[in-house]
Design a protein. Structure first.
Length: 179
C-alpha cells in the first residue's frame, strides 16, 4: 500500500462519504416507494382529511407527488455528487489525483450543483403551496427555501478546481515528456 492509502484523513473521508451515500440512497428509495403508495391510496388519504374535518384541496395530491419526485431527484443528484467525490478521494489514495478523469468529475459535480439549485426552486414552490394549505388546517410545515449563496460558491470552486486539475495534468504530462 502507498503512504497516501494509509492516510487517516482519506480513510475518514471514505467512511463519511459512504455513510452519506447510503443514507441518501435509502432516502431516495423510500421516496420512490412512497410515491406509488400515495398515488394508489389517494382516496384513503383524502378520506382521512375529510374525517378530520378538513376539505380536500384540488391539486393537493399531484403537488405532493411532485414534491416526492423532486425530492427523490435531488437526493439522487446528491448520491451522484458524492460518488464522484468518492472517486476523487480514491484517486488521491492511489497517489495519482492529477488525472483527466478528476477534472471531468469536478466539472460534472459543478453541473450537478447547478442543476440541483435550479431544480430546488419548483420543488420549493410546491412545498410552500402545500404549507399554505397545511396552515389553513392549523398545521405547521417548515417550507423554508431560497437562493443559496453557498451553492453558487460551490459551483465556482468546483469549476475552478476542475481547471486546476486539468492544468496540473497538462503540466505533469509536459514534465514527463521532457525527461
Amino acid at each position: 500500500m502507498t503512504k497516501s492509502a494509509k492516510d487517516p484523513l482519506l480513510t475518514i473521508a471514505r467512511i463519511v462519504l459512504m455513510f452519506f451515500i447510503v443514507i441518501l440512497g435509502i432516502a431516495t428509495a423510500a421516496l420512490v416507494i412512497a410515491l406509488p403508495v400515495m398515488l394508489f391510496n389517494q382516496s384513503a388519504l383524502l378520506a382521512e382529511l375529510a374525517a378530520d374535518g378538513k376539505d380536500a384541496v384540488p391539486g393537493l395530491i399531484p403537488a405532493a407527488a411532485f414534491v416526492l419526485v423532486g425530492a427523490a431527484g435531488l437526493m439522487a443528484l446528491g448520491v451522484y455528487f458524492l460518488l464522484l467525490l468518492r472517486r476523487i478521494v480514491n484517486s488521491v489514495g492511489e497517489g495519482d489525483p492529477f488525472i483527466p478523469e478528476n477534472a471531468d468529475r469536478l466539472s460534472r459535480m459543478a453541473w450537478v450543483a447547478i442543476f440541483g439549485q435550479a431544480a430546488a426552486v419548483p420543488v420549493g414552490i410546491a412545498v410552500i403551496w402545500i404549507a399554505g394549505i397545511a396552515a389553513d388546517f392549523d398545521e405547521h410545515v417548515d417550507a423554508d427555501f431560497g437562493f443559496s449563496g453557498t451553492g453558487v460558491l460551490l459551483v465556482l470552486i468546483l469549476f475552478i478546481l476542475a481547471r486546476v486539475f486539468r492544468k496540473g495534468t497538462e503540466m505533469r504530462e509536459e514534465l514527463e515528456g521532457t525527461v
